[in-house]
Design a protein around this ligand. Structure first.
Ligand code: ASP
Length: 359
């Protein structure tokens, strides 16, 4: 009897250990089949730490990528994830050097087949600019998903953990294979070209004012509804660049002073984006200053402070006569990025206008 009990215990143990090890190897096998997502962290409110969970004061770019990942263990169920810290800053301090570093690293990741998709954690203030810059300089159409948070990592009801998980789901999804650079915030997916931060405080801050989101990520599932016909047609190769040509944005208002144009020229601007009123308009004094700048070879781009719609050629301004270009529907900050990149290749306004109309 005792021997029989011993034998069946042995059988039971063999069975348990077999089923455990086959389960473990199954998990490892599944794990190996999971898509590989590289998370490049740059800081922002998603890594921000507040004095209290309920107060509004906090400092962006404090928590390292490891803490962000440890806070969302579910990420490991959807992808094989690795994290790298590129910077840890509030995105108000994002700059050309960090853009170039980020873009070079992403190109290298795809070139070396280190990952199937990339997630970039980022502050929300300049996220749309980084997204557009990457869409124009990453040479691959694999997913690059920018994500951030409107509430600090330590805040009550923070949005960062959910947004990060969603961003990894988007980057890992088969449906995103050729999506290029997008922003995933608050369950929605936006193209880099069209998205803007449109609210200073709300968690639903991101919108594509002219055309809406292209998809959603909800309950672990990605759905795309539209694709853009204005994906970048030209990818700028910045892998050897250490800086970019200076382009300033000047802001128009009733009674705006022309002197700002001279200031930009004095400090070496090769291009000026004028965020004008309405359809990219400015007063006569500013117009004279811009004409003079264009005659000196500075590329002048008429944009708008409105935030929606587009700026069209030859309405109230004779663009052909003055060799001005227009921003189309790019925001002033995105027109600046395209102009900086265009100026690495040409300073011919006609060629630059063509780049703006096709990217
Ligand atoms: N100032 C912060 C940043 O852009 C705001 C945020 O991330 O929401 O880094």
């Amino acid at each position: 009897m005792a021997m029989k009990a011993g034998f069946s215990t042995l059988l039971l143990l063999i069975f348990i250990s077999f089923s455990f090890s086959s389960k473990a190897s199954q998990i490892i096998e599944d794990q190996q089949e999971l898509p590989r997502v590289m998370i490049l962290a740059t800081g922002g409110t998603i890594a921000g730490v507040g004095a209290s969970a309920i107060g509004a004061d906090y400092k962006a770019g404090q928590k390292p990528i490891e803490d962000l990942l440890n806070a969302v263990p579910e990420i490991h169920d959807v992808a094989q994830v690795e994290g790298e810290q590129i910077a840890n800053i509030g995105s108000q301090n994002m700059d050309i050097t960090t853009w170039l570093k980020l873009s070079k690293r992403i190109n290298e990741i795809f070139e070396n087949d280190e990952a199937d998709g990339v997630v970039v954690t980022h502050g929300t203030d300049t996220m749309e600019e980084t997204a557009y810059f990457l869409s124009l300089t990453v040479q691959y159409d694999k997913p690059v998903v920018l994500v951030g948070a409107m509430r600090a990592f330590t805040a009550i009801s923070q949005d960062g953990n959910r947004n990060l998980l969603d961003a990894v789901i988007v980057a890992a999804s088969k449906k995103s294979e050729k999506v290029g650079t997008v922003v995933a915030m608050d369950s929605q997916i936006f193209t880099a070209r069209d998205v803007d931060k449109t609210n200073t405080l709300r968690t639903s801050a991101f919108r594509s004012r002219n055309f809406g989101p292209i998809g959603t990520v909800f309950d672990g599932k990605v759905d795309y509804y539209y694709t853009s016909l204005r994906k970048p047609s030209h990818h700028f190769d910045v892998r050897d660049q250490v800086t970019l040509p200076e382009v300033d944005i000047l802001y128009g208002y009733a009674g705006s002073r022309p002197d700002a144009v001279g200031f930009s020229l004095k400090f070496g601007a090769r291009g000026i984006v004028y965020a004008g009123v309405g359809n990219g308009n400015f007063n006569d004094g500013v117009k004279e200053a811009l004409i003079a700048a264009a005659q000196e070879g500075v590329v002048i781009c008429r944009a708008s402070r409105i935030g929606a719609g587009k700026v069209t050629l030859h309405n109230e301004v004779d663009d052909a006569k003055y060799k001005f270009v227009v921003s189309d529907d790019l925001s002033p900050q995105k027109a600046r990025i395209l102009l900086m990149l265009a100026l690495t290749e040409t300073d011919d306004p006609t060629a630059i206008q063509e780049l703006i109309f096709t990217n």
